[in-house]
Structure formats: C-alpha cells, structure tokens
Write a protein that binds this ligand. Structure first.
Ligand code: BGP
Length: 471
C-alpha cells in the first residue's frame, strides 16, 4: 500500500478539451470530427460535458484544495483554428491564456497536449491523419501554440496514436467506424508518429525552446493466456501492433527488424499495406533522441490466445459486464483470465502490467527519459448523491489507484525515472464511446446542475499529497 509520495512528485489530475469543456459551439469554435457524428448517433452529447469552459476556476480550486500540484489539459485545435488552419480566433486564444494563468496562479502546473482525439471536422473529411496535408497543418498549429502560449513549459504533441487509430479503424467505435481496416489502422499510427516527430524537431531545433516536450502513448502489455508457442506468438504480434510499433517510432526513430517482422505478418494475413515515404525515418530519427519526457497512459493489460478465424468484435460501451469480444484474424483472440478482476466495461484490473510496462520501456529504449503516468484510473458507476454535501464513496477506485501507484513506486525504486502521476480523471467527464455513466473523476459532476461533489478518492489523494509536503 502506498504510504508516501517522493519529494517533488508531480501529482495531478487529467482532462481533455472535448471531454470537459462543453460549449462546443461557443466563441467561433469549429466542429471536430465528433460533433455531427455524435448528433447522428443520438446516444449522448458533448455539451455541456463538465462545463470546464466556464467552471475551470472551481475545478482548479478543488484540485489545489486536495493537494494536487499539476493538471493535464489539452488545447482544442478548433478553438484556435476552426478549420484546422487559416486565421486564429482571438476568443479561443484568450480562453487558454486565462486557463493557464488560473492554473499557474494556484500552483497547479499545466501539462498541455496539442491533440487529444479532436481533429477538426474539415481535416477529418479530407482523410485526417491518412492525408499528409493534416501533418503540415498540425505543425503550423503547434508553431502557433508554442509562440503564443509561452507560459506553458510542459508540452505533449499527441495523445495516444494507437487507441485513436485502433478505435477508428480496427475496433470501429470512433468515427469513421471502420472494422479491421488494417491498412488504415497502421498507416494512421505511422503518420501520427511522423507528425509528432516534426513537432518535436520544430520545438527543439527550429524554435530552440527550453521547455519540455514528448508524446503520450497508451501502453497495453499483452500476455499469452497460457505458455504455448502459438499463444506466445499471438502475444508478440499483438504487442507489436499495440505497443512496439509506436515505441520504436518515438524512441528509435525507425522500426526495428523484429517489430517489422510482426507487423508484416499481420499486414500479410490481412492483405493490408503500410507506406513509409522517403525521408520519414530521417525526421523520426532526428526527433527520437530529443523527447524530454514520455507520457504513459495505462489502464489494463490484455491476455491473448492464438486464433485462426475471421476478425470479429463487440465493443462494450454500456458497462454491461461480460459483453466484449475481440478476435483479430491472424493475430489472436482477447480472453479473460480466471482470478483477474474486471471493471463493468470488461477492462482487466492488473497493476503488474503497469510495473512490467515501466520496466520494459526504460530497459528497451535508451531515449526514453523522464516518464509521467499521464493517465491511470478506473471507470466506475459512482452512486448518485442524495444530499448536497455528500462525500461519494468510491472505494473500488481508491483500491485501483493505490495498487497502480504501488506499481509505479516499485518501478521507481528500481531505477525507472517516473516523475509524476496524473489520475484519469480530475473531475467526471464525457467519455468518447461510453458517454456519461462511465465516471473516472476525483470529483463527481452532476451533469444536469454542474454541481461538484467530493469523492473519497479525492480525500485519499489529498492525504498522500500531505506526505510529500512534510517530507
Ligand atoms: C484514454 C483517453 C481518454 C479517456 C480514457 C478513458 O484512452 O486518452 O481521453 O477517455 O482513455 O477511456 P474511456 O473514456 O473510453 O473509458
């Protein structure tokens, strides 16, 4: 059990613009790839979300009062450039200056992501990351942000290239909802990593900035369900697709032979293709040694067994436990392991996976330096408060965070340079493919009234924060 925090530890809560801000039509904001899609789907609306656009002072105050010293936020590209490029919108610029000032004035360090799943609709319609023009526009947007928001010194380029591409093109639960479109699923990963590399090179070499920059990967360690040659091979293939491809891209600047042999095997079986253009790897190599920090989002591991049939899947986006299936042709089938608990959304609770991941990246990638856990947390159906000052009892979430923090601190003691932990999420927010019943926050949000309630996990957070200050 975690008893104290290391001195100077970054202890924060995470958010993403589209999941908290609401006000998606305010002040000249452009549409993202989600607006029309969610409307057509009719399941849930991104407005008002947690109304962070107006209520950020309250959320920052709560963060401060509960011992946090950092926050992860993202800039909505479409608040600055409604179409992804062109003339910047002053209201959007002003909003982020005010937000960053409020953070800094309250001793809450902002860690800012440039792209968190919210591509402009105009660029989405033209192919988004599959269209290389998007990369150019993204670099221009990044340049604008670096030059404008000089109060920010900790940057992340992209949030989770793999889950984005995977949800869009493999699992089919993000727009444009393709299922097992393996060519686009892998091509989008490469193009996003190329975009990341260009932005790192811009920040370090061209603008000579002294702040810190890096990428955020969601890492999902894959274990064979039992120790047979077939299952081990399935795990190796899935690991290449989920982790190794983008880790190589970020920290080697090329794809190792071992990685490519797995990727090519998956492409071959699925009659898919990946195009790496001349010059891509030069850009990526230049960036690989220049990442100042690395953000790891960790939620769960995967157990896999070999599978020879056609691809099929069911995504559990409702919290109906036990409904998800995932079978990937020529790669493997995701299976559950007896004795490993799961959330209502069928996500394994497996803290050892985080420990293994930390040891692995720091061992395998020399260029992977300072690490932050940029997301970790538990989706849970929190009880609805019945009185105004009720403290919401989210003990299972505390257990989850405690066990994962324990894994983080163990890896740290063994020499892995983890400098901080951001819980997903600061307050309850909108979940892309699950809506509003999958809550993660330290603070409960009544989405009707926007009233905030304290959860027990926030008090637990505060208690640990105090151990660091008194050390
Ligand atoms: C990560 C994303 C977040 C967040 C989180 C929880 O992949 O970076 O934006 O949503 O996962 O996922 P979900 O909301 O699907 O439960």
């Amino acid at each position: 059990r975690v008893e104290s925090l290391p001195k100077g530890f970054v202890w924060g809560g995470a958010t993403a613009a589209y999941q908290v801000e609401g006000n998606t039509k305010a002040d000249g904001k452009g549409k993202t790839m989600w607006d029309d899609y969610l409307k057509e789907q009719g399941r849930f609306s991104p407005d008002p979300a947690s109304d962070f656009y107006h209520r950020y002072p309250e959320d920052i105050r709560l963060a401060k009062e509960h011992g946090l010293n950092a926050i992860r936020v993202s800039i909505a590209w479409t608040r600055i450039f409604p179409d992804g490029h062109g003339e910047p919108v002053q209201a959007g610029i002003d909003y982020y200056h005010k937000l960053f000032k409020e953070c800094i004035d309250n001793g809450i360090e902002p860690y800012v992501t440039l792209h968190h799943f919210d591509s402009p609709k105009t660029l989405f319609d033209e192919g988004e990351w599959l269209n290389r023009q998007t990369i150019g526009y993204f670099v221009d947007y990044a340049r604008f942000c670096f030059e404008e928001f000089t109060e920010v010194t900790n940057w992340f380029t992209m949030n989770e290239p793999v889950p984005l591409a995977y949800s869009q093109f493999i699992q089919g639960n993000f727009p444009p909802n393709h299922h097992f479109d393996v060519s686009n699923g892998i091509q989008a990963q490469h193009n996003e990593m190329l975009a990341h590399a260009q932005v790192v090179n811009l920040y370090k070499d061209e603008l000579n900035k002294s702040g810190h920059i890096g990428v955020i990967h969601n890492l999902t360690p894959v274990y064979p369900i039992s120790d047979t040659a077939e299952n081990r091979h399935a795990a190796k293939l899935k690991d290449a697709f989920m982790n190794k491809f983008v880790l190589d891209a970020a920290f080697l600047g090329y794809y190792s032979e071992d990685t490519m042999s797995s990727i090519n095997e998956i492409l071959g079986i699925n009659e898919a293709e990946l195009t790496i253009e001349n010059g891509d790897l030069d850009i990526m190599k230049q960036a690989a040694a220049q990442n100042d920090h690395f953000g790891i989002n960790y939620y769960q591991n995967e157990f896999i067994q070999s599978y020879e049939g056609e691809s099929t899947s069911h995504f559990n986006g409702t919290g109906e436990k036990g409904t998800s299936t995932f079978k990937f042709k020529g790669v493997g089938e995701s299976v559950k392991k007896a004795g490993i608990p799961q959330t209502d959304w069928d996500w394994n609770i497996y803290p050892k996976g985080l420990y293994d991941t930390l040891k692995r990246v720091s061992h395998d990638y020399e260029n992977c330096k300072t690490i932050y856990i940029t997301e970790n947390g538990m989706g849970y159906k929190d009880q609805t408060p019945t009185s105004d000052d009720e403290i919401i009892d989210d003990t299972p979430r505390i257990d989850y965070i405690d066990q994962h923090m324990d894994a983080v601190l163990k890896a740290r003691e063994e020499g892995v340079d983890v400098q901080g932990y951001f819980v997903w999420s600061l307050q309850d927010q909108f979940s892309w493919a699950n809506g509003y019943n999958k809550r993660y926050g330290l603070f409960y949000v009544d989405f009707e009234t926007q009233k905030r309630y304290i959860k027990k996990s926030a008090l637990w957070f505060k208690e640990l924060a105090a151990t660091m200050i008194n050390e």
